[in-house]
Every structure is written in structure tokens, then in C-alpha cells.
Write a protein that binds this ligand. Sequence first.
Ligand code: BGP
Length: 468
Amino acid sequence: MSFRFPDVFLWGGATAANQIEGAHTADGKGLSTSDIQPFGSFGELKYRQDGDFNIKDIAIDFYHRYPQDIELFSELGFTCFRLSIAWSRIFPKGDELEPNELGLAYYDRIFDELEKHGITPVVTLSHYEMPLHLAESYDGWTSRELIKFFERYATAVFSRFGHRVKYWLTFNEINATLHESFTGAGIPRGSDAQALYQGIHHQLVASAKAVKACHELLPDAKIGNMMLGAIQYALTSHPDDVFEAVQQNREWLFFGDVQSRGYYPGYMTRKFKEMGVVLNITDEDKEALKETVDFISFSYYMTGCVSVQNENLEMTDEEAFKMGSNPYLESTDWGWQIDPKGLRIVLNLLYDRYQKPLFIVENGLGATDIINESGEIEDDDRIQYLNDHLYQVGEALQDGVEIMGYTCWGPIDLVSASTAQMSKRYGLIYVDRDNDGQGTLNRLKKKSFYWYQNVIQTNGEALTPPKA
Ligand code: BGP
């Protein structure tokens, strides 16, 4: 069976400021939480001293090379490009009253370039980073004060860019705060559940306030949330395992429930009670949460299994996202279980649950690339991965799921979020830079570049059914 995706379907790629831009102090930018994570989001935090190496200081130098890179995206046929604004470029410390004009001007140039190529921007307000000063002086999102700082930041960028940015996302993978509180929310690692969930509550209120500001200032724009959509299956058909899977999935669906329905679900009230967590939720907060997102966006890389019988469960060997092994699935070299059909499952689940349009804003294969003797990269595994996942997107469209678009993660090689490696590559475009920062930073089209270009050109018709 072949599919033709809807004509309005947005095709593109997704990135994050701290993983591509570099120029970490240029034009008045303040340090961000990412700037003290030279070993990735799960690695040790390290305050920099002169001469210290952090691969993200230059990253792939998108800050200076964006015209060339956007030209390549245009050649790919992108109709959209997901990028994030570094909050610390706009408000270097986070608590200033006025934005930094040079930071705003940089994103003006990016949007000019995208406009020139007819590429629609999809902008994340906060992608795994925030001004470091907010983490140092306020313990990040544990402080209620951050709500007003974030609102000020969101309003500043809506006012400046709203005439040409029509798609916005609030917090990248908002549920990741549960797994890595510093990366997700600038909250000190090791904080207890009380501090963690209070911080998450502040983020949820801030997200809803940004949604409100967007609706008021930009009536033509759409704003969505963003979740890490790693679904958990029951390892066995034992009802205890099945319910365990329900509970585990609520760990991430809870965020979507609040952002999409506008209030805390009953299962969280019970969970808080059992954990002894008492949240400070004001009447004003409850009112703010009622402003819900227009669409649901999520990343999708892997699935896992859960069981109450722990001895039945082997864990994947990847440190960052240890999940229960599924005997039917293979894993990437980084231990992420590959599950194309799981994407169709997640799409159906989210649409059944929320009945709002969905946007797949991250998906891809992180792998090592080899340049062959002819100087080419034949990344057939990546092509297979993307084909099989996109095929399931086609199936979900046939299932009646409303899907706005698909942006593959890292269309151009970038610095890995979890490990800060360059060698974990997702790109359709290769970047000559290694983990030690050596390389020319030159760009090279991989085989997958031409494959994706053809998929976009045929609006999905070139996708092939997965191998049996
Ligand atoms: C998501 C993040 C991205 C990205 C991607 C791949 O969790 O939103 O920032 O990096 O995962 O992960 P990694 O870079 O760790 O391979």
C-alpha cells in the first residue's frame, strides 16, 4: 500500500539552539544551564574555567553558517523547520525587565532566511535550557517567580516574531523534568518529590500563561505542548503488568492531560496523597491552567516494557533512558529500542485521548556514520528507520488521526543532548566535527538526504512497507 499524505502536511527537521548554534557568549548571550553540561544532560555539571572544552561552545556553528544550512533544508524540500530560541540570548540572566536587542536581531535574521526559502518556522520557547542565573539564584522552576520571567520572555518573542511565526511549542519534552530535573527545569538534582512536582506545577502554569499570551497577541498562531512520547508496554498479559503499564504511561501522559484538558487528573491527586506531596496550587493557577494547547506535539524514539515481576524484566543497557527490554525489538547502538509500529500506537493513543491535532516533532536514528572510499555516506540503516516510522505515520493517517506534520530530529548532525557526542549522528547532512572538536565543520549530503527529498517531493508516496 502506498500513501499520499495531506497536501497541508508539514515536512521538515527539528533542532535545538544549544545543540547547533555555538556562539555561547555572542551578542550579549548569558550562560545557560546547558553551558555547564559539557558531558550532556545526564553528565556531571561543570562550572567552566578558562580553557575548558565544551563542544557546545561552537556546536556546529549554526550561528554563523545558518544561510548555508537553511539553503540545504530548502534543497531538501522542507516546508517547515523546528528550532528553539535560546532564552538566555533574549534575557541573558532571565530576570531582567528588558530583552537583549542583539539576541532578538539574531533570530530576525534566521526568520528572514527561512522566509526567503518559504520554510515555515516551528519555534520551541525552551528546549532543555534556561538562563543559568535562574538555576543558581532561584533553584530553577522550584521558584514561583519563574512564571513571570517566562511570561515576559514569551511575550517578548511573540511580539517581535509573531507576524511571521505561526507555530509555537512551550517546553521541550516537559515530562523529562521527572528524569533529569536540572536539564528540564534548572532544579537541583536529587531534589525530593515535593520540590520536583511543585517545580513542574510552576512550569505547567507558565506554559498555560504562554498559551494565553499567544492566543491574545497572535490570534492566527497555534501553540502546542511537547512531550517525550516513550510508551511502555506490559511485558506479559498478567493484569498486574497491564495496570503497571497504565500507571507508567500516566507518568508522561499526566503532562498532556493538564496541558490539554486544563486541570489535574484524579490519578495524580491520589498519587500526590500517597507520596505525601502537597502542592501549592492557587485559585489563580487553576484559572490559568484552563487555557489549553491547540495541538499536541511529541518526540518519538523508542518504547519499553514494564512488569511488576522485576525478575522477568531485563533492562536496556543505555544509561540515560533505561527501559525494560522487549524481546521482539532490536536496539540502536545506544540501546534505544527501535519500534516503528509503536509510533502508530502512540499516535492513535494521543488522538483518542485528546482529539486534538498531533505533530511529530522529533524522530530519528542516532548512529555512527562512515565515510566510504568515494567520500560518500551510505546511511541505509537511517533510511530504513525513517521509512519504517513514516510508513506508520501513513497508517495512522488512514486510521483517521489528524497529524499536522513530521520533523525528523537533527536533519543536520548536531551535538547529542544526552551524551554531548558529535559521533551520535542523526543527520541527513553530515558535519565534519568529532567529539574532541576536531574537523572543518564542512557539510556533506548523505544518501538519506536524497531519500528524504524524494519522500517529501512525493508527499509520502515513495515510502515502502516495512520488511516482514
Ligand atoms: C530528545 C531531545 C533532543 C535530542 C533527542 C535525541 O530527548 O529533545 O534535544 O537530542 O532527544 O537525543 P540524543 O541527542 O541524546 O541522542
